[in-house]
Design a binder for this molecule. Structure first.
Ligand code: BGC
Length: 348
């Protein structure tokens, strides 16, 4: 485990970067601000080192970040309709930070706070954060933990855990933006993706709240059951794609039974790097970076629209309000647990 100063926040708080290195020389670097993944580096088939996630060089850039690059999202990932929830007979209004809706828990979510390190070893690090009753307008005092592990086979595991003293919402994800040809390689349309999902959650309009139905992917541009280039159908004449300017939809994983299942596989177009995603979650948001505005990222690299894709494992969007969707409500005293693994390797 290597440790270094990552600089200071706007408020002058120190941010630390922790780097795990495996036997193959692959690295995973995370900072305590947002328990954020800032880089994942490994060798491609050509022997060159690739950093496969987008990010920034300073804490202030992360604080100004509207894309949530690499951060942990909580208490609730994705959107909540009208920024409103009803729990245990009470109504709660959340921050409306995405039109009239709540996105990724608002501006003071888990991505924006400094987490404590409660365990560190050569292979893993655990961050913890105590979210007070009423923080982000959610009820209850919640203790959340996130453990990152990098093993010698190239597996990056993210394990989430939380308990709360009142009934609340627990639906965490990591918002890494992957580019398997390197964060500095431009658009991801030529990279390939397979998603083990026969259904997805169509949305009402461009504000991206699901209708509540599950729609078949068969015969639509949303079908990734067989590996295809991400860009193959992305410009198809399809209302759902138009709403989001590309893919920004949740997929209902076929084998969602609460145990770890292979959910997705992705491949770089040039690097030879592949990534398999395993999760115990019901859903996965495929977001193709449609709203990445032109901006400067790590090492002065220029990022823009579709320079990365996200595979955010989670409950379906707005599940807290949608009867048809599995509920992300965490009862007082119960423990929320979820694991997602991003397993990296080289194409055979
Ligand atoms: C959402 C996108 C949003 C992005 C950055 C994704 O999880 O689905 O709509 O633009 O996060 O906030």
């Amino acid at each position: 485990m290597q440790k270094r100063s990552f600089g200071q926040t706007k408020e002058g708080r120190e941010v630390t970067e922790y780097t795990l290195v495996n036997a193959q020389g692959m690295t995973l670097s995370v900072i305590d601000l947002g328990a954020t993944i800032v880089s994942i580096t490994m060798k491609g088939s050509d022997g060159n080192v690739y950093d496969v996630v987008l990010g920034y060089d300073t804490p202030v850039d992360y604080q100004n970040n509207t894309c949530y690059f690499g951060a942990v999202i909580g208490r609730n990932a994705n959107r909540i309709d009208h920024a409103h929830i009803h729990l245990d007979g009470k109504d709660y209004s959340l921050e409306a930070n995405d039109n009239e809706n709540n996105l990724h828990s608002g501006s003071h979510g888990f991505h924006a706070v400094i987490w404590d390190v409660v365990q560190e070893s050569a292979q893993s690090i655990t961050f913890s954060y105590v979210s007070r009753d009423g923080e982000q307008d959610f009820p209850g005092n919640m203790t959340a933990k996130v453990t990152y592990t990098l093993d010698d086979n190239g597996e990056v595991a993210i394990a989430y855990e939380a308990v709360c003293d009142q009934t609340t919402v627990a639906n965490f994800t990591n918002h890494a933006y992957f580019n398997l040809d390197g964060h500095d390689s431009g658009v991801i349309e030529g990279q390939k993706l397979e998603l083990h999902a026969s259904y997805y959650t169509p949305v009402i309009d461009s504000k991206a709240i699901p209708t509540g139905e599950l729609a078949k992917v068969a015969g639509t541009p949303f079908d990734f059951r067989e590996m295809k280039e991400i860009g193959r159908d992305i410009e198809a004449d399809d209302t759902q794609l138009r709403y989001a300017g590309g893919y920004d939809h949740n997929y209902a994983l076929d084998k969602a039974d609460g145990t770890m299942q292979l959910a997705a596989r992705a491949r770089g177009a040039k690097s030879g790097i592949c990534m398999d995603v395993y999760t115990d979650c019901v859903g996965i948001q495929l977001y193709t970076g449609n709203f990445i505005t032109p901006q400067t990222g790590k090492g002065g690299v220029q990022y823009g629209k579709r320079h990365a894709f996200c595979l955010e494992t989670q409950y379906f969007p707005n599940a807290v309000n949608e009867k048809n969707f599995k509920s992300p409500v965490l009862k007082a005293g119960d423990t929320y647990r979820s694991v997602t693994k991003y397993c990296f390797g080289l194409e055979k």
